[in-house]
Design a protein around this ligand. Structure first.
Ligand SMILES: NC(=O)c1ccc[n+]([C@@H]2O[C@H](COP(=O)([O-])OP(=O)(O)OC[C@H]3O[C@@H](n4cnc5c(N)ncnc54)[C@H](OP(=O)(O)O)[C@@H]3O)[C@@H](O)[C@H]2O)c1
Length: 279
């Protein structure tokens, strides 16, 4: 998906600001998560930030992270200014020690965790699968798959009864096509992880689900909408004829982590405007 070309970043930024504005205007009356403690990775921009805002608006207490302390600080300020209780720290999900410190911060602050939203992912290289260099294969597998497993394992001992986990996958999980097929395959693995953990943790009452977003114009997806041509192509792949917003992905996550989804586990919800991705 990266790198983006400068010429189209202007439009990107406008889109993101629009999405951000839409999110900040949003006042959901739902309070399904009152008092719930939610851990969200990569929550300082794009879809992760949208999830933090939505779950916070529904009454959740948050622990957030991303790699850069400045981003964490700015996001905590933004959340708290909206009356949302939140703590956070700089953490690269690819580093176990960072994940341990992040989980510890949440436990020290709130004494338990009710919900984990594993959202972080990277796509450091594009191209045909067999052309991707080893370092990039390692990074994609480490951050997109291994970190999700390690984080779930670290969170598990602190998960409350009837706690739950949501992994953020992608529509590309269903159709891992060039030039981002390796990234797509890493997202396919999350569908499998969701099924596997749903079975393993089900007897303890812990639900595990997954959300697969369609194309959402964030920094991460900049290359997919960098030109009018690319943007129109991606829009035309949906039944609704438009791209998604972080707010729309966050609404699906809010449903899955809430008691409204109390009998839903092992599922992946594709939020892609009707994008053809599965039967
Ligand atoms: N946008 C789309 O079209 C789309 C479609 C399908 C799926 N997704 C998935 O949605 C998720 C979020 O993507 P997005 O589009 O919202 O991206 P984004 O807007 O570019 O935001 C990325 C966020 O991740 C943080 N981050 C990046 N690497 C990290 C790491 N190693 N550890 C911790 N935090 C990290 C960034 O903050 P720092 O720079 O401070 O680390 C930032 O907060 C990803 O799993 C992506 O695969 C996106």
């Amino acid at each position: 998906m990266r790198p983006a070309r400068a010429v189209d970043l202007k439009r990107q930024r406008a889109d993101c600001e629009l999405n951000g504005a839409a999110m900040s205007e949003e006042t959901t009356t739902c309070r399904r998560l009152l008092g719930k403690v939610v851990l969200i990775t990569a929550a300082t921009a794009g879809i992760g930030l949208g999830i933090a805002l939505r779950l916070g608006q529904e009454g959740a207490k948050l622990a957030i992270c991303s790699r850069k302390q400045a981003n964490v600080d700015a996001t905590l300020k933004q959340l708290r200014s909206r009356g949302i209780e939140a703590v956070g720290c700089a953490a690269n999900v690819g580093k176990r020690a960072d994940l341990e410190a992040f989980v510890q911060l949440a436990v020290d602050t709130y004494s338990r965790i009710d919900i984990l939203v594993s959202n972080a992912a990277v796509n450091p290289a594009t191209g045909d699968v067999l052309e991707i260099p080893d370092w990039a294969i390692d990074k994609i597998l480490d951050v997109n798959i291994k970190a999700a497993i390690v984080l779930a394992a670290l969170v598990k001992p602190h998960l409350s009864k009837a706690g739950n986990i949501v992994f953020i996958s992608s529509y590309t999980a269903y159709v891992p096509t060039r030039p981002i097929a390796l990234y797509g395959m890493s997202k396919t693995a999350l569908l499998g992880l969701t099924k596997a953990l749903a079975e393993e943790l089900g007897p303890e009452g812990i639900r595990v689900n997954c959300v697969a977003p369609g194309t959402v114009p964030t920094k991460f997806a900049a290359a997919l909408v960098e030109s009018d041509e690319m943007r129109k192509l991606n829009e035309s792949r949906t039944f609704l004829g438009r791209l998604g917003t972080p707010r729309e992905i966050a609404a699906a996550v809010a449903f899955l982590v809430s008691e409204d989804a109390s009998y839903v586990t092992g599922e992946t919800l594709l939020v892609g405007g009707g994008m053809h991705a599965k039967l």
